[in-house]
Write a protein that binds this ligand. Sequence first.
Ligand SMILES: Nc1ncnc2c1ncn2[C@@H]1O[C@H](COP(=O)(O)OP(=O)(O)OP(=O)(O)O)[C@@H](O)[C@H]1O
Length: 607
Amino acid sequence: MRPQQMRRNARRMRRYGLQPMVVMNSGDQLPEAAAVVFARWLWRYRSELAPFNVAALALIAASALHAIHPEWWPWLLGGAGLAASALVGVGERLGLARRVERLYAAAVTTAVGSWLAVGTALGPFVRPLPQLLLLGIVLLAGPWWAHRRRRARVRVERKLAAWPEISEAIGLKGSRVMSAVVDVWGWRARFGLARGQTIQDVTGKIPALESALGTFRGAVRVHPTPDDKANRFELRVLDIDPHADAIPWPGPSVSSITEPIDLGPFEDAAPARVLFLRRHALFGGATGAGKSGGINVLMGNLTACADVVVWAIDLKRGMELNPWSPCIDRLATTPEQARALLRDAVTVLEGRAEWLAARGQRVWEPTPEFPALVILIDEYAELADDAPDTAADTDSIARLGRAVAVQLIAATQRPTQKAMGGGAVRSQMDIRVSFRVRERKDVDLILGQGMLAAGWHAHTLNAPGKFLISAAGHDSPRRARAYLVTDEAVSATVHQHADNRPALDHVSRSALEAERDKPRQTVAEGAGDAIPEVAEPELPKRDESGSEAALWTLLSSAPDEGVTIAHLKSATGKGRSWVYYRLQELADEGRARQVTRGRWRATQSNS
Ligand SMILES: Nc1ncnc2c1ncn2[C@@H]1O[C@H](COP(=O)(O)OP(=O)(O)OP(=O)(O)O)[C@@H](O)[C@H]1O
């Protein structure tokens, strides 16, 4: 068609309200843009095309090297071997988090490096090198294309590449992407805002953002960045709803109680990490809401902590905690055992307090030699019902236990004052975890007065294991879901850690030993069944070196049957715990020994 005729036709079409269309004849030249489009396509799909690109590069490199430096092949082979070993060894630092990823990277490096070396030496087109190259692409490209995180990363990169258009469409023009990471649940990215834009502007655009990014409703969260800069925000985009299904426990998240324990993810997949060190905790919720599951996550983590001794009370005959028993230092399943356990916990508390005071220290810093003592009480209401006389002891632990790291962790359905045995226990709980409750008023019972009105709606939690947590660092009602610890995970964790559990420190042991001697003496004196409190005699205070000297003098001049603890106490003017602690130290040094129960002497007597 001639140009004049084309113009005439176009004029006619416009007269009838039609739009002219450009038609290309087969003889016309390709528009120049096709090359650009192709280059763009190559760039856009560079990740998918990577196996072909690597093969093409290897082919070009082998051709060039064969032409100019065929003698280089041993260097290429050696270099590939070194690179492959490095990838296996330190690939984690390069972002290859999983072992299988590192092995894959090493396999590709070895295969490409070896092919390149042989291609350099013999020429890349010598049979069977081309065939081997094709076979390599077929075998090694599969895992690459199937890799879930790579595909997710590519998807995110493409979305972020379109951010300038997205931001314009939703009214955040000028904002820019600063960084992005992909994780198991989706991805998060940090953005810089244009002048005058605020994080509130972004929050108001969340539905528009979800639409522009093509996510499901509720998949986008907007948070301030950790540096709290007003002109930045963090976008959290979920590909999977973390709470849609039960979340298998990935194993312990800590090895020390000084680290925050991960109980399970919040709705935005951020982990609900809580520091239990020197804090008491209350787990509440209706039957079947997942309290015991939550306690299992905690137990699994405490089991992996080398600086925690766990004592437990489970008056449902040990049903819940029995599987953990190889890692529990002491498990009480009857009211009598529970009584004795709590009494001893108070003794440990007092012994530790006295020991700290003697050293001018304020708090117990847990270490494997001086572990924290965590007392887990499953179904607290049963304890209050079956052993109401333990209230004074639980009260003491609740009020005084924090500083000396003697901690209570209680689980109960409805922590009414009665179910908590009255007293200060409930009010002393620093960490409150509420699973689903049956009635709205139970929210305040578990989480504290006024929490329901403040929006902590634990009655609306809609699946077992979901919880709200109120603790230091967790002061807004965010839904989390506890990991689900299977029976197999319990046995595996117990199996792994049972042999490495720490023992109670010698300070606590000495205090317990001293306490055990006390009722024995009293009963012998004819006190009958009841165990009356033996008041400590008021003794004049002495300075530390005087007490040490008095102790040593008495021990070294002791007769063969030794001296009693009571004698040592009055001679030194110190309490039982101090005496036992020093005796233990002297025994460790080999300078003193226990002759019979409660009677001591120096190993090398002066007399
Ligand atoms: N984190 C969780 N994720 C998914 N399912 C869970 C989770 N925790 C518990 N469940 C399911 O809920 C059921 C009841 O859980 P659990 O025994 O922990 O409840 P509970 O509150 O301790 O009940 P009870 O007071 O009767 O002991 C479990 O058998 C399990 O199937």
